[in-house]
Ligand binder design. Sequence first.
Ligand SMILES: Nc1ncnc2c1ncn2[C@@H]1O[C@H](COP(=O)(O)OP(=O)(O)OP(=O)(O)O)[C@@H](O)[C@H]1O
Ligand SMILES: [Mg+2]
Length: 279
Amino acid sequence: MPGELKTELKSKSRAEGKLVVLKLGGSVVTRKEKRMTPNLEAIKMLAQEVAQADVEYLIIVHGGGSFGHPLAEQYRIKEGFKERSQIEGFSKTHQAMLELNKLVVDALIQHNIAAFSVIPSSCIVTKAGRIESLDNCQIDMLLNMGLVPVLFGDAVLDEDQGFAILSGDQLVAVLARSFKASRIILGVDVDGLYTADPKAHSIAQPITHITLADLKSRISAIEQTRVTDVTGGMLGKILELMPAIGAGIPTMIVNAGKRGNLYKALKEQEVPGTLITKE
Ligand SMILES: Nc1ncnc2c1ncn2[C@@H]1O[C@H](COP(=O)(O)OP(=O)(O)OP(=O)(O)O)[C@@H](O)[C@H]1O
Ligand SMILES: [Mg+2]
């Protein structure tokens, strides 16, 4: 009945407490060391695992990897508008992200997931690099209709500085808080959080569970990435996620590049990685 659908659309809270916000890191969906190179095998595998897990309410955010970060760095988009030559870079950075987004959404649709691309720069204007509101992105309506909104780190317009880089990590944290997610899953190319960057230090030890207070005391051990990441690599990620974890949303970091890990994390099964909780 059309009337019933209307009532459903009005109820904004259907996904509350049941929603999973998933970040597919640019380190997984692209080859981060090779400019504009997607990791098509990984994208396909992740789409398969998302389909198998069949989560009731899911929002996916993907990172920029070798599509977004190198262009954003070349044109210093994060610093905001300083000179005319950056304008072309703003356009190119956004366009590169649209290309990557198409690959991700196509793969999800091929696996029968009702994925729906939500373009951050079309519905979000930041203020000094921070999200002011998600009201124009229609995420609620998409979730209520049974769709899976797919967002991404993007080059966005900014009230104070002309433009900015909105990281996928910031989006994840704000989405999770705004829509009262039950959990956050961050897929990256390492087996979770370590005591130091595992790619740079062989003595780095994996951390399986950490509370927010402990995490704060260890923050100096978390590093930026060696590959280009204008949004601060693992350190930037953790700093963005802290308020969401503080709001009581448990966050699991897994190596989504290894087959089966994302499926297990989505199904709340035992999986190698790092669980970060408020207490
Ligand atoms: N203490 C740490 N524990 C784990 N990884 C770390 C640590 N310090 C630095 N890193 C690095 O962080 C990287 C993951 O962050 P990075 O921002 O590169 O990936 P991403 O978020 O998936 O990519 P994108 O920003 O494109 O979405 C790892 O590849 C790892 O080398
Ligand atoms: Mg990153």
